[in-house]
Design a protein around this ligand. Structure first.
Ligand SMILES: NC(=O)c1ccc[n+]([C@@H]2O[C@H](COP(=O)([O-])OP(=O)(O)OC[C@H]3O[C@@H](n4cnc5c(N)ncnc54)[C@H](OP(=O)(O)O)[C@@H]3O)[C@@H](O)[C@H]2O)c1
Length: 160
């Protein structure tokens, strides 16, 4: 099963200058808990922004040009990356925008953290047709421990 996991600002922005724009500890914990033990697939730029492979996860980096990245497996297409794992394993597409755009066609589930604040950034989550997806879980927080704005953890399943 292919899952997308993303945190999106109210205006669709997900990043700027190859980094994240907010720090929400609850979201980082959610990301770690949800993806740990599962393969993660990311674009080469997202890998550069992380700067290292994520621990306790098989890291696959998609690139047209890179041939080897220490601690990661390199794939040259999303299809090649997804084909590395059995169908019944939940694999997570962790960004960025270019890879989400490819993955929206094949994903079964989307874990989206809706950050209820607008940010200026150069990278946005691609437009997606929400009518093709069912909201199956939603958990809203008025603010975080150290984050002043509301955010919500939502899970969508592709409508059959
Ligand atoms: N808010 C969130 O949840 C979240 C999550 C992840 C990332 N982000 C943000 O998103 C931004 C990065 O996103 P991005 O869209 O710029 O980059 P990206 O999707 O992470 O990586 C783009 C790279 O992936 C490779 N690629 C793209 N399409 C390909 C294809 N069809 N076949 C093979 N390789 C392909 C290319 O690598 P090569 O150039 O090496 O060929 C391309 O330069 C950063 O700001 C990051 O912080 C936000």
């Amino acid at each position: 099963m292919v899952s997308i996991i993303v945190a999106v600002a109210k205006n669709g922005v997900i990043g700027d200058k190859n980094s994240l724009l907010w720090h929400i500890s609850e979201d980082l914990r959610f990301f770690k808990q949800t993806t740990s033990g599962h393969p993660v697939i990311m674009g080469r730029k997202t890998y550069e922004s992380l700067g290292r492979p994520l621990p306790n996860r098989t890291n696959v980096v998609i690139s047209r040009t890179a041939t080897a990245i220490e601690g990661c497996t390199v794939a040259h297409s999303l299809e090649e990356a997804v084909a590395m794992f059995p169908h019944d394993e939940e694999i997570f597409i962790i960004g960025g925008a270019q890879i989400y755009a490819l993955a929206l066609d094949i994903a079964d589930r989307i874990y989206i953290t809706r950050v209820e604040h607008e940010y200026e950034g150069d990278t946005s989550f691609p437009t997606w047709d929400e009518s093709q997806w069912h909201l199956v879980h939603s958990e809203r927080h008025e603010c975080g421990e150290k984050y002043p704005y509301p955010f919500a953890f939502e899970v969508y399943q592709r409508a059959k």
